[in-house]
Design a protein around this ligand. Structure first.
Ligand SMILES: [Zn+2]
Length: 165
């Protein structure tokens, strides 16, 4: 009976109802919390985007993503910040760097696969259509990366992120 009452109080007032306000752990989440995925906050979390694909990047180092209850609040906090304030956190620069790293890794993988295919002397590894598509994708990727770099230099961070996406 006492337990049931305690549980009810926990539910109504939280487990920390007897802890002084400034000592409580369940403060509202802030966007700069170390557990919040900053990539997801800006645009998208690459680690989640490629999950269960051949390019699976493993799990994200951050644990809080858009399926968290308080996500809408912290997303709004972030979106409302003036650009100058956002720049101070450097999240956008970090995302662009991370994306560039991913593209470099992908290029290296493509190069390695190509070299291996050539070494195995199988000239027709890819069908003509597939090769054409791959060439197109690579060309487009290089274009967009160049564009992202250019926009980044011009200070158009939103544009750069869009280009990378
Ligand atoms: Zn993440």
């Amino acid at each position: 009976m006492v337990d049931a009452f305690r549980n009810m109080l926990d539910e109504l007032m939280g487990k920390e109802r007897d802890v002084p306000l400034d000592k409580r752990q369940n403060k509202p989440l802030e966007f700069d919390d170390p557990a919040v995925c900053k990539y997801e906050l800006l645009a998208l979390c690459p680690n989640r985007l490629f999950r269960n694909t051949k390019s699976d990047l493993g799990s994200c180092g951050f644990t809080i993503h858009d399926d968290h209850l308080e996500w809408p609040n912290i997303k709004e906090q972030w979106d409302k910040l003036p650009q100058r304030e956002k720049d101070r956190f450097g999240y956008e620069r970090d995302l662009i760097r991370y994306m560039e790293q991913l593209i470099r890794d992908m290029d290296a993988k493509i190069r390695k696969n190509k070299e291996r295919a050539e070494a195995e002397s199988r000239p027709k590894v890819l069908k003509v259509d597939d090769q054409r598509r791959l060439d197109e994708i690579k060309m487009r990727q290089a274009e967009m990366l160049a564009r992202a770099g250019q926009l980044g230099e011009e200070g158009d961070v939103d544009g750069a992120i869009k280009a990378i996406k």
